[in-house]
Write a protein that binds this ligand. Structure first.
Ligand SMILES: Cc1ncc(COP(=O)(O)O)c(C=O)c1O
Length: 391
């Protein structure tokens, strides 16, 4: 059986050995030096000034929306665009925090929102913010999307939980908006078992994210930032300063164990991305050529495609169902990410009918799509098996 996920992290035995040694001698395992070092290293890898490490990609999504609300960059009730084809905890924070989610359809040949589908949505809605998902290592014309957002004063943030390492027009995905989120869950590009992050160049957003991550207090801020916030709020007594809560927050903190694993895994990230890209190009080149069975997926506009799964959209549900049977006991498969969010029960429960327009392409991907795993430890035999099943 070719499973979706092959290991907890890359070079598992080596990493576990180092982790055991680290835990044995560590004096403290709650958030500290390892997490801070990981933040610096990950920000440097991504090419951003700041990184805030949190306990999952879902937490990263929740934290950035809460931070933008705290900073009054967005307000309750405002219309926020999101990719209809995405993961549940991309759109859930919008609902949970009282915003108005507006779904945007994807293109069938890239599975991502494009400037065309965005402009179509803008004919009906004034969006305050676009929370764009970069789905499965792909993108459409994100540069043009960013240009439109800038022109129309729409804040752009990217959910890059599925596209760490993808490069479009010489720029890494996750660097097109004012902030971007990442997931380090097992099976994603890089794993800290559970983990996530938000990257930004904006120091004000970084500070607010640090408050949001930990109870709304200032404990994990640098000393100069603490001084500033304490002066602003006239908090000068040490007795209270450690227990002053400045804005709305949660507890989304990571442990030193995750920081340590993150630093270890980051050393392999270029190797991981290279292998995933090479697997994808080999497999996709063979499978996507079968345009009688599958909708063709376009990726030649992307410099580096870095994904953890290979999506397929069948021409009919019958073809998809036959493939599901064919994969039984041979290859683990699943729907494309979370499918069309507007079809999910939670969406029907909390979003009014008026904002549940039919998402034609996301619906096709939902009803006729599937994906199988792409990971750096796929063997040559497994790659050949996958190609033979789907061709
Ligand atoms: C697009 C997207 N956003 C967010 C998440 C949530 O990440 P996590 O599982 O780390 O909470 C996922 C998970 O796979 C995802 O695919």
């Amino acid at each position: 059986m070719i499973t979706l996920i092959k290991s907890t992290f890359y070079k598992e035995q080596e990493t576990k050995k180092k982790l055991c040694a680290f835990i044995k001698k560590a004096k403290m395992l709650s958030i500290g030096k390892q997490c801070r070092e990981f933040e610096h290293s990950f920000a440097a890898y991504q090419g951003r000034s700041h990184c805030v490490f949190v306990n999952s990609g879902s937490s990263a999504n929740l934290a950035i929306i809460q931070a933008l609300l705290n900073l009054r960059k967005i307000k309750k009730g405002e219309a926020i665009g999101f990719s209809a084809l995405t993961w549940s905890t991309n759109v859930m924070p919008l609902i949970e925090l009282g915003l108005q989610p507006i779904p945007i359809d994807c293109e069938l040949d890239t599975l991502n929102v494009s400037s065309r589908t965005l402009l179509k949505t803008l004919e009906r809605y004034d969006l305050k913010l676009l929370f764009l998902t970069n789905l499965l290592g792909f993108c459409d014309d994100i540069e043009e999307i960013a240009r439109i957002c800038k022109k129309k004063r729409i804040i752009l943030i990217e959910d890059n939980c599925e596209s760490l390492g993808t490069v479009y027009k010489g720029k890494k995905l996750g660097n097109y908006g004012i902030a971007s989120t990442f997931s380090f869950y097992v099976g994603h590009h890089m794993s800290t078992v559970e983990g996530g992050a938000i990257c930004t160049n904006n120091a004000e957003i970084e500070t607010m994210l640090q408050l949001v991550r930990a109870h709304g207090w200032d404990r994990n801020l640098t000393e100069d930032k603490q001084l500033k916030i304490r002066m602003k709020h006239h908090v000068n007594e040490t007795f209270y300063s450690r227990y002053t809560f400045y804005d709305l927050g949660y507890n989304l903190r990571t442990m030193e164990i995750q920081g340590f694993i993150g630093l270890t895994q980051l050393k392999y990230i270029d190797e991981i991305v290279k292998k995933r890209q090479s697997n994808f190009l080999r497999i996709a080149g063979q499978i996507y050529a079968h345009t009688d069975k599958y909708y063709p997926l376009r990726y030649d506009h992307i410099d580096v495609v870095s994904n953890f799964a290979v999506p397929i959209v069948c021409r009919s549900q019958k073809i998809r169902d036959e493939l599901v049977k064919k994969c039984d006991g041979k290859a683990e498969i699943r729907p494309i990410v979370g499918g069309d969010m507007t079809k999910q029960p939670f969406y029907h429960r909390y979003v009014s009918r008026e904002h549940r327009r039919h998402m034609k392409n996301a619906n096709i991907a939902h009803e006729q799509g599937l994906y199988f795993g792409n990971n750096p430890e796929l063997t040559e035999k497994e790659i050949q098996t996958l190609i033979s099943i789907f061709t």
